[in-house]
Design a protein around this ligand. Structure first.
Ligand SMILES: Cc1cc2nc3c(=O)[nH]c(=O)nc-3n(C[C@H](O)[C@H](O)[C@H](O)COP(=O)(O)OP(=O)(O)OC[C@H]3O[C@@H](n4cnc5c(N)ncnc54)[C@H](O)[C@@H]3O)c2cc1C
Length: 567
């Protein structure tokens, strides 16, 4: 088995991963960084981000206000020390990105343009038309090419963390081009593997968002935090789940039900279309339940009307929205409203880290959507995530570099054996005989997740989902695979991803069952009120061979005492 050695091993070539890679390379030119990605980096989900990235830019704004909006948006579950770091560093990171080539849209007078986003008190979302993620990722990628000490291993699928003596030692990965396993050893490992929207049937997330890094950390004993908090975006296209960015509402788009009413007056009268996502998603479902939605092939939907914005503004500010609506639902938003419905978009939860991305496992760091720092708490504000990837990607990269410089212990006798075991596990999947099919288990998992862990949740369904996922894990051991080939064996990848998703889904279901209150995106119909006395705490889910174990940890409150969340 091929063994490669670097100082820092970075898993993920999206916004957080590339930012971390550059941070390591800048921190110390002597360190080498291996950047592993299961797809070519430009195919990471960050590329599809549309609306923008939040950071204080104007005189009417301040870090305090950005922090307050974020904390309130999180329903007081965010760690306020992390939020304070975040709002201070976000403008620095976005400015740096411009120096690296990101073409931020500008006002006539030359200042950076900012747009309104949900739950933000003032306009603070920087954007590059409505293709922000595309431009950000290109700028990061180009910059990463400058550094000779960043070594890319594209199309390399990480399947396991190597751990010895309570420290991470590297990873095992499948080289998709050859079908061979490799050990990539390093003194520090940074996970930047993105979210896990694919555990649900209807999502904006790319097919690659299968929670791999979360499952890798979890299996290595690192807890997952606040997994019950799953963000539904209020405006996805029915059928495909393709996102129609919040920027369309930031630019003035309105939501209408089948009676032509701006129904948000009933739910978030002061903020309307710029209310936070959790509230807007619930409002749409309640309209459907009251039979005030339109009826379509893919279930009920509402209208997002942009027609009053006019062609010139739509083409300048929202060209991608127009393109998507024309291509995917045959509707030109200049002339007609777009059909939309709530869709799974983002995981607030993830690998438990501190403000430097450090996990409980020495040498292991995490950043971006796979991590929970946590600045998002129970509900993320749109446009905070791209900035989060930069701020905490950079911090995790610097911390990993410092760790790698300090430890130089190559005494790792058990590592080769662990790596060979893992190689054996992967090989056993090739053409494995068994009675279960990936597609069936996957479909049963996603529909169970929607039933028990959707926008509205209650005890019996959540428990049923948890039991279903546990049973699916049992059936997973009897998986049958047909493809014996070595080169780009996507069936093996799907099997490995399904294994990761089942772990993540189980953590979500357990956390959703046990949080007996409603907070942010987590709405329990049987416990409709927020309960600070018993639940102002982070949920932790820990791996145990007999099934996941629940734990918790306090929320850090610095300046903003919890109060009722009203908009
Ligand atoms: C359609 C859409 C639009 C969005 N728009 C916005 C927006 O406007 N503003 C905003 O703030 N946020 C937005 N978000 C959220 C935001 O884009 C994401 O949270 C963020 O980009 C995640 O970045 P990341 O670096 O953490 O992960 P990703 O960009 O998802 O990258 C993950 C990386 O990890 C690699 N990887 C994963 N598993 C493995 C493995 N097993 N082995 C090797 N490599 C692996 C992948 O190859 C990839 O390179 C949007 C999300 C979506 C889905």
């Amino acid at each position: 088995m091929e063994v490669i050695r670097h100082d820092v091993v970075l898993v993920g070539g999206g916004g957080a991963g590339l930012r971390a890679a550059i941070a390591v390379a800048e921190a110390d030119p002597e360190l080498t960084v291996a950047c592993l990605s299961k797809v070519y980096p430009m195919r990471s989900h960050t590329v599809s981000a549309e609306g923008g990235a939040a950071a204080v830019a104007r005189e009417d704004d301040s870090p305090e206000l950005h922090a307050y909006d974020t904390v309130r948006g999180s329903d007081y579950l965010a760690d306020q020390d992390a939020v304070e770091l975040f709002v201070e560093e976000a403008p620095i990171e976005l400015t740096r990105l411009e120096h690296w080539g990101c073409p931020w849209s500008r006002e006539e007078d030359g200042r950076i343009a900012v747009r309104a986003f949900g739950g933000m008190s003032v306009e603070r979302t920087w954007f590059a038309a409505d293709k922000t993620g595309f431009h950000m990722l290109h700028s990061l990628f180009q910059t990463s090419l400058k550094y000779e000490n960043i070594v890319r291993l594209d199309e390399t699928f990480v399947t396991r963390l190597l751990v010895e003596d309570g420290r991470v030692r590297g990873v095992v990965a499948l080289d998709l081009r050859t079908g061979s396993a490799r050990a990539v050893l390093g003194r520090a490992v940074v996970l930047a593997t993105g979210g896990a929207g694919r555990i649900f049937p209807f999502t904006t997330n790319a097919a690659i968002k299968t929670g791999d890094g979360m499952a890798l950390a979890y299996r290595a004993g690192v807890p997952l935090k606040d997994m019950e908090f799953v963000q539904y975006h209020p405006t996805g296209l029915p059928g495909t789940g393709i996102l129609i960015t919040e920027a369309s509402r930031g630019e003035g788009g309105v939501l209408l039900n089948a009676n032509g009413e701006r129904y948000l007056e009933r739910y978030v009268p002061n903020k309307m279309e710029l209310g936070p996502r959790d509230m807007l998603a619930r409002a749409a479902i309640l309209e459907f339940q009251a039979e005030r939605g339109f009826k379509g092939t893919y279930g009920p939907y509402v209208h997002l009307d942009l027609t009053h914005l006019g062609e010139a503004k739509i083409d300048e500010r929202l060209p991608f929205v127009r393109e998507l609506a024309i291509h995917y639902v045959g509707i030109d938003p200049v002339k007609e409203p777009i059909p939309v419905r709530p869709v799974v978009h983002y995981m607030m939860g993830g690998i438990d880290t501190d403000g430097n991305g450090a996990t409980e496992l020495p040498g292991l760091y995490a950043a971006g959507e796979c991590a929970s720092v946590s600045i998002n708490g129970a509900n993320r504000l749109g446009s905070n995530s791209l900035s989060e990837c930069l701020v905490f990607g950079a911090r995790a990269g610097r911390a990993a570099a410092a760790f790698a410089r300090e430890v130089d212990d190559r005494n790792e006798p058990a590592v080769p054996e662990q790596a060979r075991d893992e190689e054996g596990r992967i090989e056993a999947l090739r053409g494995k005989s068994g009675g279960e099919r990936i597609v069936d288990l996957r479909r049963e998992m996603t529909s169970a997740m929607e039933r028990g862990c959707g926008v509205f949740r209650e005890e019996d369904e959540a428990r049923h989902t948890l039991q279903t996922v546990a049973q699916l894990k049992g059936r997973y051991t009897d998986l049958g695979l047909e493809d014996r080939s070595r080169v780009f064996n996507t069936e093996i990848v799907s099997a490995l991803e399904l294994g990761h998703m089942l772990d993540v889904a189980e953590a979500v279901a357990l956390a959703a069952l046990e949080r007996k209150e409603s907070r942010g995106s987590h709405t329990r119909t049987d416990f409709p009120a927020r309960d600070d006395e018993n639940f102002l705490k982070h949920t932790l889910v820990r791996f145990a061979p007999q099934g996941p174990k629940l734990d918790d940890k306090p929320v850090t409150i610095t300046r903003w005492q919890p109060e009722e969340r009203k908009y």
